[in-house]
Design a protein around this ligand. Structure first.
Ligand code: NCD
Length: 311
């Protein structure tokens, strides 16, 4: 693995290797560090809290340093520079790049641009892909439920524009016997045909549901994956407000769920999960965000440490 652009770059074994490596970084003060000084550049063309800061924290914990920007207006892109020229320049300033961009394909473009072959990591591209969020989601499921197979997962929220759902569906479909339930708050936000095709090709079971908050289905579910509506990718603000008004999970909706069922959310949340849910043992989204550090440490260590230290 040289770059991480899409979850499609990974197979089930590599995902499990990263998760197991992440466990060795989790709450372990004697974790491995870099043998030589390393620099990570974070190029964020879209807002971010968890992805950027957990990457930065992960890099610092590994003994490395961080450069970059979180507002493209402060970079030369604002003067009309291309991503190609940006990468050809900053590849000499750092050992790896994490890039987030509203346009799909930008991380791939960056990976094709590097001549010094530094690792490029996709920190979220348009509504297409968010592979490191998926690794965090998978580690969270594995940590809480002990497996990534034979699970019933319900995806609730913006299944059309939400990149975290897209990557997670592809990732979980690499593991045997998972059952996927799609519950968009409105039919216009349903999961796309590409993902249905991917599930069909991989012989995974899936169901599409109409009713947004279906306690009946939720009672058999192992993982409830909730996302916010991607307001910034919505073509129509009025439509957004209408759907948003009826989209909120409250305690009463999950009264009959399994005791060990976990609720995940990539965050940030708007109003889709009522604050009263935070107190329930099923709520795991803040711990999920914390798991992002160990996962990103494992990933950076894998991509940046010389071969003989990779294990
Ligand atoms: C997500 C993203 O940026 O796609 N956040 C994250 O990285 N944890 C989810 C979102 O913005 O809704």
């Amino acid at each position: 693995m040289q770059h991480l652009i899409s979850i499609k770059d990974l197979d089930a074994k590599t995902i499990l290797d990263i998760i197991h490596k992440a466990y060795s970084f989790d709450d372990n003060h004697n974790h491995p560090t870099f043998d030589k000084p390393k620099i990570l550049a974070t190029l964020f063309f879209e807002p971010s809290t968890r992805t950027r800061l957990s990457f930065e924290s992960a890099m610092i914990k590994l003994g490395g340093s961080v450069i970059g920007f979180s507002d493209a207006k402060t970079s030369s892109i604002h003067k009309g520079e291309t991503i190609y020229d940006t990468i050809r320049t900053i590849e000499a300033y750092c050992d790896a790049v994490v890039i987030r961009h509203p346009l799909e394909g930008t991380a791939r473009l960056a990976a094709n641009a590097t001549k010094l072959q530094i690792p490029i990591i996709n920190g979220g591209s348009g509504s297409a892909n968010h592979p490191t969020q998926s690794l965090t989601d998978l580690m969270s499921i594995h940590k809480k439920l002990g497996k990534l197979t034979n699970l019933k997962i319900a995806y609730m929220g913006d299944l059309k524009y939400g990149r975290t759902v897209h990557s997670l569906v592809e990732a979980l479909s690499l593991f045997d016997n998972n059952e996927h339930h799609f519950i968009p708050p409105h039919e216009s936000l349903d999961i796309g045909c590409d993902f249905i095709q991917c599930l069909t090709d991989r012989k995974q079971t899936f169901y599409k549901h109409k009713n947004p908050i279906l306690a009946d289905i939720l009672k058999d579910i192992d993982v409830l994956y909730v996302t916010r509506l991607q307001k910034e990718r919505f073509p129509d603000e009025i439509e957004y407000s209408k759907i948003m008004k009826n989209y909120q999970i409250k305690k009463e909706h999950i009264e009959k769920v399994k005791k060990e069922m976990i609720i995940l959310h990539p965050l940030p949340r708007n109003d889709e999960i009522h604050r009263e849910i935070d107190e329930l043992s099923n709520a795991y989204y803040f711990e999920q965000a914390h798991n992002g550090i160990a996962v990103r440490m494992a990933l950076l260590h894998t991509l940046l440490v010389s071969d003989h230290l990779k294990k």
